[in-house]
Design a protein around this ligand. Structure first.
Ligand SMILES: Cc1cc2nc3c(=O)[nH]c(=O)nc-3n(C[C@H](O)[C@H](O)[C@H](O)COP(=O)(O)O)c2cc1C
Length: 201
C-alpha cells in the first residue's frame, strides 16, 4: 500500500503485560518496527508497566464524567495517548485463557478514548498463541464502541518461535503488513466518517 505523509494516522501500541521477566517488550519492539516501516503511522508505544493503574475505580463512570474523571497523576500519559490516538494495536499475552488484569484496568479507567477507533491485536502464549485473550478483548472493546480488526498476528509457543528479538517464521512480517493495512484503512475510514457526522454513541 502506498501511503503519503498526509495520510499518516496516530497509532498507539499498548504493551499489555507488566510482570517481572515478561516477554511482552520483545514482541512490542518488533511490532513497533513493523508499524514504523509500514509508513502509514506515527507510532507511540505505551508500556503499561510504566503506568499507575490502581484496581479500585472512582465512584463516577468514565463514560459520563468526561475530563472530570479523577484519574491518578501516573496515568496521565496513558490517557493522553489514548485520547490522541487514531488507532490502537494491543500486544497481549494469555493468562488463564484471557488477557492480563493490567490491560483490563487500562481499558476500564477510560471509555470515550476508545470510541469509534480501530484496534488490532498481536498475541503470544502457549499452544493457543493468545487466541483466548484476543477473543475476550474483542468482546470487551465492542462494549466501548471500538472497531476490532479481523486479521491478527498470534505467536503460539513464543518461547521457541522467537530469536534475537524477531519471530523465526519468515511469513510473520507479511502477516503484520496485512494487519497494519487493515488498521490503516479503518483509521482513515473512521476519521473521515467522524468528520462528516459525530459518532452516535
Ligand atoms: C498467570 C499466568 C497464566 C498463564 N496462562 C496461560 C494460558 O492460559 N495460556 C497460555 O497459552 N499461556 C499462559 N501463560 C503463559 C504465558 O503466555 C507466558 O508466560 C507469557 O510469557 C506471558 O507473557 P509475559 O511474559 O509478557 O507476561 C500464563 C502465564 C501466567 C503468568
Amino acid at each position: 500500500m502506498e501511503n503519503t505523509e498526509h495520510d499518516t494516522h496516530k497509532l498507539v501500541i499498548i504493551v499489555g503485560s507488566v510482570r517481572d521477566g515478561r516477554f511482552g517488550p520483545v514482541v512490542s519492539s518488533w511490532v513497533a518496527e513493523q508499524a514504523t516501516a509500514h509508513g502509514g503511522f506515527e507510532v507511540e508505544v505505551v508500556d503499561l508497566a510504566e503506568v499507575e493503574l490502581p484496581l479500585a475505580l472512582p465512584a463516577s463512570s468514565p463514560k459520563f464524567a468526561g475530563d472530570g474523571y479523577p484519574r491518578p497523576a501516573g496515568m496521565a500519559r496513558l490517557t493522553e495517548a489514548l485520547e490522541g490516538a487514531d488507532a490502537f494495536l494491543i500486544v497481549t499475552p494469555e493468562y488463564n485463557h484471557s488477557y492480563p488484569a493490567s490491560l483490563k484496568a487500562a481499558i476500564d479507567w477510560h471509555f470515550t478514548q476508545w470510541t469509534a477507533k480501530p484496534v488490532a491485536f498481536v498475541s503470544y502464549g502457549g499452544a493457543a498463541g493468545g487466541r483466548h485473550a484476543v477473543l475476550h478483548l474483542e468482546n470487551v472493546l465492542t462494549e466501548l464502541h471500538a472497531v476490532t480488526i479481523r486479521d491478527g498476528l498470534a505467536f503460539p509457543n513464543y518461547f521457541t518461535a522467537w530469536q534475537d528479538g524477531s519471530p523465526l517464521d519468515p511469513a510473520a512480517a507479511g502477516y503484520a503488513t496485512t494487519l497494519l493495512d487493515q488498521l490503516f484503512w479503518w483509521a482513515g475510514a473512521l476519521k473521515n466518517a467522524k468528520a462528516v457526522a459525530p459518532y452516535p454513541a
